[in-house]
Ligand binder design. Sequence first.
Ligand SMILES: Cc1cc2nc3c(=O)[nH]c(=O)nc-3n(C[C@H](O)[C@H](O)[C@H](O)COP(=O)(O)OP(=O)(O)OC[C@H]3O[C@@H](n4cnc5c(N)ncnc54)[C@H](O)[C@@H]3O)c2cc1C
Length: 427
Amino acid sequence: MKKCIVIGGGFAGLTSAVYLTKAGYNVELIEASSKLGGRAYSFLDKNTGTVIDNGQHILMGCYEETLKFIKLIKAEDNFHFQKRLEVNFLASNFKILPLKSFPVFYPLNLLLGLLNYKAITFFERLKLLKFILTLPFFSKKKLDHMNVAELLENGNQNENIRKAFWEIIAVGALNANIKNASAKIFADVLRKIFFKGNSSSTIVLPLYGLSESYCNHAQKFIEENNGRIFFSEPVLSLQIENEKVSEIITSKRTITDFDFVVIAVPLFAIEKISPDIITDKFHLKYSSILSTHIWLNENPLDKTFYGLIDSEVHWIFNHGTHITIVISHANELAEKSNEAIFEIIMSEIEKFTKIKKELVIRYKIIKEKRATFIPSGDIIKLRPPARTKLRNVFLAGEWTDTGLPSTIESAVKSGHTAAEIIIGQSY
Ligand SMILES: Cc1cc2nc3c(=O)[nH]c(=O)nc-3n(C[C@H](O)[C@H](O)[C@H](O)COP(=O)(O)OP(=O)(O)OC[C@H]3O[C@@H](n4cnc5c(N)ncnc54)[C@H](O)[C@@H]3O)c2cc1C
């Protein structure tokens, strides 16, 4: 039986390990930290006894690879799948402006939903629709040289449409300023959302903490298929001989008996373990996500989540006893003190909701400074494929060349690709 070492237990490494154990490989997954999940995990907040995520994660119906993975590890029941797209946007006058797909057949359901989105005028809705419908006809060459702001400008999307629709969607999907993000990657995401059937545009949310929702199920799957997971064991370096990795040196041992290695760690971690594996050197710029969990005496919200129009706060997720405030591309804000951030958040959400500072029992701010990489036009061209110059080493991780932004779907797709290449190469 061929043996694979998977380095890293985030979505990418877990996916590789799941598919490799399913195919009968002897898999050892080695994780530096004491838990699985990488950038998507949950933990117990001891002060409140609540399980919270390091950051709210949103999946979409177009996350084909992720949904397949969740099904394979039997974690589907831990997620809520919208039947039809429904996002409640909030304006600063307390108004709820729903974007809701109609209960008719696809694609009429989405067209009617967009035509009924009252945050913009009817004329602007027609412009929005026209832009979406012409997306498949934008030339790849043109997109390659544009950023998202230029794409929207080119498509006649005025400031009102940008603020009430595009900025929320683009910042949510890309976690970047629209001037820094590639039009190509955004157009590809939009095509997946709007042109791949009814369920593609729907939102999928974990029902429980992320670790319970998927990490535990992935671990169970791997172990039931005779894989082993080693925690708190960072890989320190790799020994390379004759175009192959011959030794893996971890903080606890040296591993020499393996056939294949999947490296599923972030780019900055690879640079420490074995910088030469990436042939064409490049650096990623990262973008922060701030998640603020706020426990309330009384919660006036009744929807599961809200998108905020023209606000520094992007999303509010309602978990009943507490809410989670998500602020994307928050590099500047992340430099401020927690107290200052909390003040900004409260003054913002008081404008949009009936939540008042007096209702707050406690808050906890989590700053993920390297949440995602910024998908700028020049960077996405440099993302490496799964195959490396070393014959027994494959790369996975959301930053590799998946064609997708820095998301769970990209991580899962990369992990599956690496596993499939190994499986294909073994015969
Ligand atoms: C706050 C936040 C919110 C987000 N929201 C969303 C969202 O709503 N939707 C979405 O699709 N995506 C979202 N993302 C992005 C998503 O979480 C990531 O794209 C995805 O989790 C990356 O998975 P990965 O396996 O590629 O990398 P990682 O999750 O970074 O996993 C890498 C693993 O490798 C381990 N490792 C590192 N070095 C070593 C070493 N030397 N030896 C052994 N192990 C090592 C790490 O400990 C880690 O477990 C969000 C990210 C954050 C931080």
